[in-house]
Write a protein that binds this ligand. Structure first.
Ligand code: ZN
Length: 448
């Protein structure tokens, strides 16, 4: 079994054992088997030794929400509000995607996630009108080598005359079952469901979809926000039906009341914020602070590369800055002046893109932090770089200073996917050409 020994790195574990100013990590196969200030060579005499001096090691980042199918449309939606996005993306550009378009976008989006230090991606796929689209997207995830949860969604086209609108169509259970069967036992991929929920579907559909997810033992993730809910009292009815539990994941969630947030947290429901996109497209403010007030925290997601960067550390930094800004404003309005200290720490921001993402995916026991027995998903950040030195507080250096340029090496399940700044075993040029051709074809079809 392959063994890798990383020696002498600054290690941020995000685990109860705490951080190591200088320490070693031993990886055996796909598992992190030891983490200690000094691992004796006789524990690992056959291991490949990696010099960690000058590096900060963090757990692999978790991107809890991204529509990876939009990778070939980077920047195209950057100036659109949410309403323009619905019309031009879902009722427009989305309609011309072939399975091949989905494949190249998902593959390249996932590769870029690895490049940026993300080792687990929740791919929320809702432009998949045929089984071939699903197969193509999943093939892209598998080919990339990332750890992934494929959230099987449904397309949202404007209904044509005589056609049943998408919000009246129950989630296609047979297709979910087909995917579950096809990908049973995949070490790096699991299938979950991305449903419309009471905000975007009728009550009958929401009840059907939540019951289906519960029955199949799947996480049901849904968007909550962007205009009025289709079923205003839908959440109450779903709770009364016994369908709310810790398999439900709410994305955005701004329109929920404080009472609902508290109640849903008590029921174990998880929340994912897409802070930068929420502010950009007009959703409202991220719910980071509202969750903190009840002792909870969100996971974070990029949401849309058609709008913004796929880099998760940028997401952590933006969400942190936004929440501090809200808190500072509230303090100024209540008491005048500037608060005595920051309300949210850089460590909390790092938790949003690591352990909270793992929690949302119900994989806290496997990923999200560095501890013996967990999967070996980690990132080596080159802390000796110009923009990083000196490092006084490793967590703050990671959240506030680190960029893609410092993401030196990335390991997923014990395998290096990136070393010394380069993705391994990927011939990028032809893939980039295919991504460009796909993006141009899709944009041209809508005259953009
Ligand atoms: Zn989304």
């Amino acid at each position: 079994m392959t063994r890798t020994l990383i020696k002498g790195a600054s290690i941020i574990t995000m685990d109860v054992q705490g951080d190591l100013r200088q320490g070693d990590i031993l990886v055996t196969g796909d598992t992190l088997t030891e983490i200690a200030p000094h691992i004796h060579a006789d524990h690992a005499d056959d291991a490949m030794v990696v010099n960690g001096s000058g590096f900060i090691i963090i757990p692999g980042l978790v991107n809890a929400h991204m529509h990876t199918w939009q990778t070939a449309l980077r920047g195209l939606a950057a100036n659109w509000t949410l309403m323009e996005y619905f019309q031009k993306m879902h009722a427009g550009l989305a309609l011309v995607f072939t399975p091949q378009d989905l494949h190249i976008a998902t593959l390249m989006g996932a590769l870029n996630q690895i490049n940026c230090g993300t080792t687990t991606l929740a791919d929320w796929c809702h432009n998949n009108p045929t089984p071939e689209h699903n197969d193509a997207a999943i093939a892209g995830l598998l080919e990339s080598g990332i750890r992934a949860a494929f959230f099987h969604g449904t397309a949202k086209p404007d209904p044509k005359p005589g056609q049943t609108p998408f919000w009246e169509v129950p989630h296609p259970r047979a297709e979910v079952e087909r995917l579950l069967k096809a990908h049973q036992g995949q070490p790096l991929l699991n299938v979950q469901v991305a449903v419309l929920g009471p905000h975007y579907s009728t009550l009958d559909v929401a009840v059907h979809d939540f019951a289906m997810a519960k029955d199949l033992g799947r996480i049901a993730s849904l968007h909550q926000g962007g205009g009025p809910a289709r079923v205003p009292d839908g959440w109450e009815k779903l709770e009364a039906a016994g369908l709310l539990g810790d398999n439900i994941n709410i994305v955005h969630g701004h329109a929920l009341t404080d009472e609902q947030l508290k109640r849903f947290c008590d029921l174990g429901i998880s929340f994912s914020a897409a802070a930068e996109n929420e502010m950009t497209q007009g959703h409202g403010f991220p719910i980071t602070g509202r969750l903190k007030a009840i002792g909870k925290a969100p996971s974070l997601g990029v949401d849309l590369e058609s709008v913004l960067s796929g880099d998760m550390l940028t997401q952590a930094r933006v969400a942190l800055g936004m929440q501090r800004s809200l808190d500072n404003l509230a303090f100024r309005q209540a008491q005048g002046g500037i608060p005595p200290t920051s309300t949210v720490t850089t460590r909390e921001a790092l938790s949003w893109v690591t352990i909270e993402g793992a929690r949302m995916l119900k994989q806290s026991h496997r990923i999200g932090s560095l501890a013996a027995g967990k999967q070996a998903d980690l990132v080596m950040i080159k802390a000796s770089d110009l923009n990083m030195q000196p490092v006084h507080d490793a967590v703050s250096s990671v959240v506030m200073q680190t960029s893609l340029a410092n993401i030196d090496s990335v390991m997923v399940a014990g395998q290096w996917k990136k070393r010394r700044g380069q993705l391994l075993n990927v011939d990028l040029l032809p893939k980039l050409a295919a991504l460009n051709a796909s993006g141009q074809k899709i944009a041209a079809a809508l005259g953009l």
